[in-house]
Ligand binder design. Structure first.
Ligand code: SF4
Length: 354
């Protein structure tokens, strides 16, 4: 009889959305059975909100619900304490949200009956946390599942390759961005347009675990698509444009994932190639309180591209959001029509002057 595989549970929340190709590949390759918690839903949210500390941000609260959905089905939980991971020059000192570091310990102390938690601590902001440390962690975790170091080495290689391919798949290059700005390509779902209507171009910015979790983002992407919006997310933006914008800041934006949010806002305020920016902010998020304030200050200086900031928490209702989205679309269409009329008048006057 084939031996039972060891089951590793990965909560479908927070950094899962950034690193799932690497994590799932690694564990599968070393012979584990990976179980990912279900997509966020109302029951999971209600459980999460009832057990998580009140002062936690909404995204972290949801994490508690995902852990509960897994706890009786797995032998291990994988909750890495990931503080920062940029190996590039100048990036090694940037950090992630402190919540990512403390979460595993908090869960273990609040719920002592949880399965064993695999919780490597990794931070390139620390002097001795480089590639060697990363490999050491991988071998140490891998040895729980296999005694074959070659299997672990192959798993690491495949995991890193899959992660790289994932980034290449989501992040577009500058040429693709230009094509999208000219409406020559669609990056996400095709917008639902009436005949003769031009798509409204919107940049949706936020953390990857908000953008990629339809429950947490209240299905906003889908709603916008239905209303004829062609969107791009901050996660899809070319890295070089983000980094170029970060160079304009007077001081370093050291929250690693806030960089792509602010960089996207700055890029579109400068390029003026879209109709609006929509910022999804998680209630009581520390990094967002800095990122959100910076984004709104920059937008006040360059008001041609309006910025709408939508704060989301466990009380955010679908009905209220739908009304705001509809008002948002109406305003966009009106603005666009006025702009188009003005453009036509300008062209007519030029022709008349010939
Ligand atoms: S970055 Fe904000 S939303 Fe994300 S875990 Fe930290 S506090 Fe929560």
């Amino acid at each position: 009889m084939a031996s039972q595989k060891i089951r590793v549970g990965i909560p479908r929340a927070l950094l899962y959305y950034k690193f799932f190709p690497m994590w799932t590949t690694f564990f599968e390759e070393i012979g584990a059975k990976v179980i990912v918690s279900p997509k966020t839903n109302k029951i999971l949210k209600d459980v999460a909100v009832s057990i998580a500390p009140d002062e936690d941000c909404y995204s972290t609260k949801l994490y508690f619900g995902h852990v509960m959905a897994l706890k009786d089905k797995v032998d291990y939980l994988f909750i890495p304490r990931f503080s920062s991971g940029g190996f590039g020059k100048g990036h090694e000192k940037n950090v992630s949200c402190p919540k990512f570091i403390g979460l595993a310990e908090v869960l273990r102390s609040v719920f002592p009956d949880l399965p064993e938690i695999i919780m490597p601590y990794f931070s390139t902001a620390k002097n001795n946390h480089g590639k060697m440390k990363f490999l050491k962690y991988c071998f140490s975790i891998g040895s729980k599942f296999t005694k074959n170091p070659f299997k672990i080495r192959t798993a690491i290689k495949k995991a890193l390759r899959n992660q790289k391919e994932h980034y290449q798949h989501i992040q577009i290059n500058v040429d693709e961005l230009k094509k999208w700005e000219r409406s020559e390509i669609v990056l996400n779902e095709t917008p639902n347009l009436e005949e003769g209507d031009a798509p409204l171009k919107v940049a949706i910015i936020g953390h990857s675990y908000v953008l990629n979790d339809p429950y947490q983002s209240i299905g906003i992407m889908n709603k916008l698509t239905i209303h004829g919006v062609d969107y791009i997310t901050s996660e899809q933006m070319p890295r070089q444009l983000i980094e170029r914008q970060m160079d304009y800041l007077e001081s370093n934006m050291y929250f690693e994932y806030e960089r792509e949010i602010i960089g996207t806002v700055m890029h579109f305020l400068e390029s003026k190639t879209i109709d609006r920016i929509l910022h999804l902010i998680i209630f009581s998020c520390g990094p967002d309180s800095i990122g959100g304030e910076l984004a709104s200050r920059f937008s006040r200086r360059k008001p041609e591209i309006p910025l709408l900031q939508l704060v989301i928490d466990e009380h955010t209702g679908t009905a209220g959001t739908n009304t705001r989205i509809e008002a948002f679309i109406d305003m966009l269409r009106r603005r666009k029509n006025i702009k188009e009329k003005e453009e036509k008048i300008k062209i007519r006057r030029k022709i008349e002057c010939l």
